[in-house]
Design a protein around this ligand. Structure first.
Ligand code: FMN
Ligand code: FE2
Ligand code: FE2
Length: 405
């Protein structure tokens, strides 16, 4: 009964929209939902590229059956084993008992590990080609973008790259799946949210994958989440190149934690200092209120970061502490940094923030501002000065890391 959208000759969209989940992977808020994209290629042989979360399996199978009619499903290509894409493998086997599961050696061992399935599999190697008739599928292993088994599949006649999670975005697809037919604007930020939180740690593997793919003439990118890229292929690849080199745009994120408002007030003054020195893009996050995944997204986007924390039980304020850990884990490179905070009897926060910036090997403002109790005139001036210093450092900061490969 489904009339699936044909993306290009013989290639149909059979993905699912999830408007039920509040948080993706129980962590990342998705008020606009998410799509699990899957694609069906109908030729002499038929192939499904990726599956969807099993909770949506019923509609998914229905979409496939609507397209195939009496034909059988010959192959399912598994570009990525995370359950949002591999979850329907067992279900698929119930409807198409002879379907061959195609993946690399790491994929197939995970198929066994997650689903106990070991039969009717086809192990492919890097650059190998699987012919479906007119359509030819060539496999590109792209390990650690962002799991060890991740690979991409290039359909060489229609020139569509099935990229797995790479180039993916949050947000459901409402009525049409191709970028040029939809309002693409909200997807840029959701691409950044996706990349920074999920792929963000793996800048080097992403650079390697981009270089491997650079030989391809790509007309479509069918990722596993969000729009099919057609009109904006250059833009989305550029974004991935920038993110994976940790390139930051001009702008400063100020993140602070505060119980009673003293550190919070300092954040306002630092922002004023930044503005006096000509910075226009200034984002302020209260670490206890803004979702940490949004803060991480913004830290990926902008080259300046100023962190404010009170001293709390001889340590950093807990939400700041945990944010710094998230930054460390992702190995975000090449930021301009500043720090400030309030204490009452023995300040520790600035020491911790100084150690942090040394560990990250970022450029730090000379000045950091630590106030005992309420903000007084001299430290008020210093907060302004901290803003000036960070603005100045940003002007001279060469933040374009060379390509890793
Ligand atoms: C639970 C708790 C633990 C604290 N631990 C310390 C501490 O170890 N050392 C210190 O100098 N001040 C400590 N303080 C005091 C705060 O750092 C100080 O009041 C600061 O001005 C709070 O900044 P805020 O107004 O931005 O929350 C603590 C306060 C609270 C509520
Ligand atoms: Fe994934
Ligand atoms: Fe995914």
């Amino acid at each position: 009964m489904f009339k699936n959208q044909e993306i290009t000759e013989g290639i149909y969209y059979v993905g699912i929209n999830d408007r039920q989940k509040h948080k993706f992977e129980n962590m990342i808020p998705i008020p606009d939902g998410v799509s699990y994209n899957a694609y069906l290629i109908v030729d002499e042989k038929t192939a499904l590229v990726d599956t969807v979360e099993v909770q949506f399996g019923d509609v998914f199978i229905n979409k496939i059956q609507s397209q195939l009619g009496d034909k059988t499903l010959d192959y399912v290509i598994i570009n990525h084993m995370e359950p949002d894409h591999s979850g329907s493998i067992r279900l698929l086997r119930q409807y198409y008992p002879d379907v061959i599961i195609v993946g690399n050696s790491k994929t197939l061992s995970m198929v066994e590990g997650f689903y106990g399935v070991t039969d009717k599999t086809l192990e492919i190697k890097d650059a190998e080609i699987l012919s479906l008739g007119i359509h030819q599928l060539q496999f590109y292993l792209t390990p650690m973008v962002h799991w060890p088994e991740t690979m991409m599949t290039f359909e060489t006649t229609q020139k569509i790259l099935f990229s797995g999670d790479a180039f993916g975005a949050f947000g459901t697809l409402n009525g049409n799946v191709i970028d040029e037919n939809i309002d693409i604007e909200p997807f840029w930020d959701s691409t950044a949210l996706y990349y920074s939180n999920i792929v963000g740690k793996y800048g080097n593997p992403v650079q390697k994958a981009l270089s491997k793919l650079s030989v391809l003439e790509i007309k479509y990118i069918g990722s596993t989440h969000g729009p099919v890229w057609k009109k904006y292929i250059t833009e989305i690849i550029d974004k991935y190149d920038q993110y994976s080199r940790y390139h930051g745009e001009d702008g400063v994120v100020i993140v602070y934690g505060s119980m009673y408002g003293n550190t919070e007030l300092m954040a306002e003054i630092v922002a004023q200092g930044l503005s006096e020195a000509g910075v226009q893009k200034i984002i302020i996050h209260n670490a206890s209120k803004s979702d940490s995944t949004i803060i991480i997204r913004d830290i990926f986007k902008y080259k300046g970061l100023i962190v404010g924390s009170p001293t709390y039980c001889n340590e950093l304020y807990p939400d700041i502490d945990s944010l710094l850990r998230k930054i460390e884990i992702r190995g975000i490179k090449n930021r301009v940094f500043g720090s400030f905070g309030s204490y009452t009897w023995a300040g520790v926060a600035i020491k911790r923030l100084t150690t942090f910036v040394e560990t990250m090997k970022w450029t730090s403002a000379e000045l950091n501002v630590e106030e005992k109790q309420g903000l007084k005139k001299d430290k008020y001036e210093e907060c302004l000065e901290l803003g000036h210093q960070v603005a100045e450092l940003m002007k001279n900061h060469v933040d374009d890391l060379p390509h890793c490969v």
